[in-house]
Design a protein around this ligand. Structure first.
Ligand SMILES: Cc1ncc(COP(=O)(O)O)c(C=O)c1O
Ligand SMILES: [Zn+2]
Length: 464
């Protein structure tokens, strides 16, 4: 398959992909399942030591290749693997697992909502992924990696495991359930009572073993880290760099959907464990490195005042893990983000002033979510957090009004319908400190099954 210009659409790059420690810079073969550096215990990245060979093509040529692949929909080269050379290029196309993830729509925000926010903006609906969150991007890369690893290494049954605030477990269980039952088993650890019923139902439905423990996500993460340290398991948290690498596709898609013009763009991202924001920054850096985009966008990290260690670090220069309080942005309710060292490194080395962060209140998160959804959107509480964050950053002058804006709505409204219901019933005052604004409350109206009385209630006038 060749473009008119003679460019091959099929991958012809020869990668030298390795794990690379972000601290001591030692490298390790991808033939091992590693999550931290065996030497110094720091986080790992996936690095293609032959990345510079990709520069044999110009930025313009890469844009042509990616744009044409988008229109052709070739197996193995769609979804996140449209950007095969930038994700896990060592995986043959036949080992790629595609369950419909990626290519999520970039929706122009409703005009009245833009007026309320103070600028025109777009919402990228990552809730329109198969398990209804952005986590599917990282699971597609991690499970494709595992699929290829199993074929090459023929291990005994692999146990895929993760700690979760709800969405990671839904995505992990879904993708693992697609592989042969003889090859993989799936286990998820959840903080009891701290995921929504919809999120709990997802891994159960996919057949995973669901372990509930007391505490919050950070407690689950500690246990999973111990298991990954001592036992042969495949860790599916974003600490595993094969997951982060797939989540770079969010940045690739935003760039593609913005006509590859990302300078002057601000991307608002809700931050929890900081895997997503890390991946998005790494993705834009890849594109800049290859001359595919015209400059780095501003990344705006958003956190709730009940869980904001990264925003505090950005404001004060000091990082302190914190004990979280209940947050309606429950999926991002994390006091000690595992990927914080990566964020710090990426900001200090590359993004500098192009990374900013804001803290929003629980009230702002709920109001922004409900108002957005009253204007044609389907954002979750974390999406509401991103939108609230953009509004606040504009008001505080942290980002300039003269620009273009994208808010990452990381999952689907329906996963968090319980918070909407609690708001309508005035149940978020305690714990969350959220008052229900009457103009945002909506309740069903019970009536007799009688057209006349329903018409009267609706104020309808008979047709003349
Ligand atoms: C819906 C949703 N939004 C945001 C986040 C935060 O992403 P990260 O933990 O990668 O910072 C999560 C993570 O669990 C999530 O599920
Ligand atoms: Zn190291």
């Amino acid at each position: 398959m060749k473009l008119l210009t003679g460019l091959s659409l099929l991958p012809c790059h020869e990668p030298k992909s390795v794990y690379k420690c972000i601290a001591c810079e030692k490298t390790y073969s991808l033939d091992r399942l590693l999550y931290t550096c065996p030497e110094c215990k720091s986080l790992l990245r996936i690095v293609d030591e032959n990345f510079s060979a990709l520069k044999a093509r110009s930025g313009k040529e890469w844009r042509q290749v990616f744009d044409l692949r988008r229109s052709l929909d070739v197996a193995g080269l769609r979804g996140i693997f449209l950007f095969h050379e930038l994700i896990l290029p060592h995986i043959p196309l036949e080992d790629v697992i595609f369950l419909g993830e990626g290519h999520t729509p970039l929706i122009r925000a409703n005009g009245e909502l833009c007026e309320w926010l103070g600028a025109d903006f777009h919402v990228k609906n990552d809730g329109q992924n198969p398990s209804a969150s952005f986590k599917d991007r990282g699971m597609a890369s991690a499970i494709s990696f595992l699929n290829n690893y199993i074929k090459r290494n023929k291990p005994d049954t692999v146990l895929g495991i993760c700690a979760s605030t709800g969405d990671t477990s839904a995505a992990a269980a879904l993708y693992l359930s697609y592989l042969p039952k003889s090859a993989v088993k799936s286990v998820v650890l959840l903080p009891k009572g701290k995921v929504t019923p919809q999120q709990l139902g997802q891994p159960l439905g996919s057949g995973a073993t669901v372990v509930e423990i007391p505490g919050v996500f950070d407690d689950c993460m500690k246990i999973v880290e111990q298991l990954a340290e001592k036992y042969d398991v495949f860790l599916l948290n974003s600490k595993n760099p094969v997951r982060i690498t797939g989540q770079k596709s969010f940045a690739f898609e935003v760039a593609q959907q913005s006509g590859w013009k990302t300078s002057g763009l601000t991307v608002a991202v809700p931050i929890g464990n900081a895997g997503n924001v890390t991946a998005i920054m790494e993705g834009f850096l890849d594109l800049e490195n290859l001359g595919i985009i015209d400059g780095l966008p501003v990344i705006l990290g958003v956190q709730s005042h009940h869980a904001n260690p990264v925003a505090r670090w950005r404001d004060t220069g000091e990082y302190h893990p914190m004990t979280v309080s209940p947050s309606v942005a429950q999926a991002a309710m994390i006091g000690n983000p595992v990927s914080f060292p990566k964020v710090r490194g990426l900001v200090e080395k590359y993004f500098k002033e192009k990374f900013t962060a804001v803290t929003v209140t629980e009230q702002e998160i709920m109001d922004s979510m409900l108002l957005s959804n009253r204007h044609g959107h389907v954002v979750c509480t974390q999406g509401g957090e991103a939108i609230a964050g953009l509004k606040r950053a504009l008001a505080e002058g942290k980002v300039s009004r003269n620009g273009r804006f994208v808010c990452d709505s990381t999952s689907h409204q329906l996963k968090f319908a319980g918070f909407q219901q609690d708001y309508f019933e005035g149940k978020l005052v305690e714990g969350f400190g959220v008052e229900s604004k009457p103009e945002l409350v909506n309740k069903p109206v019970g009536m007799e099954a009688d057209a006349g009385s329903i018409a009267a209630k609706l104020g309808l006038k008979p047709r003349k």
